[in-house]
Write a protein that binds this ligand. Sequence first.
Ligand code: CU
Length: 150
Amino acid sequence: MKHISIIFLTASFLLSACGVVPGKIEVHNAWARPSAQGENAAIYFTIHNHSSGADELIGASSDMADNVEIHESKSENDIVQMTMLTSLPLGADEEIIFAPGGLHIMLVNINQEFKLGEHIGLILHFKNHEDLVVDVHIEDAVPEEDHSHP
Ligand SMILES: [Cu+2]
């Protein structure tokens, strides 16, 4: 029996290492603008819950900032207001776009400069799904990273 469980672990590791896996949450096109040390930096991406069950984004972390928060910007009467969300529901097979003027992950007081062309790491935490490590491109606009479903 021990043999079987080792094989199963290997197989699930291989599955998680490749592209689209049903029942998984995926994050695409993660980017943030170049920012100076000490500034706040907003991270944008598209998050897709490929699973048939609802989940929830419950937080994010990075060792590059004092705090990492889920924010939503809304403009009313030409005034942009930013609110902090404690969590974000992610329905079955739902896709949510984090973009300028709307949802973003806010890195508060970054401890190093984010330079154009660099990459930084971000970890997303979910209620049901395991943590996701996201590769964030430092760009002036959303990167052209193609994603197609099988
Ligand atoms: Cu914000």
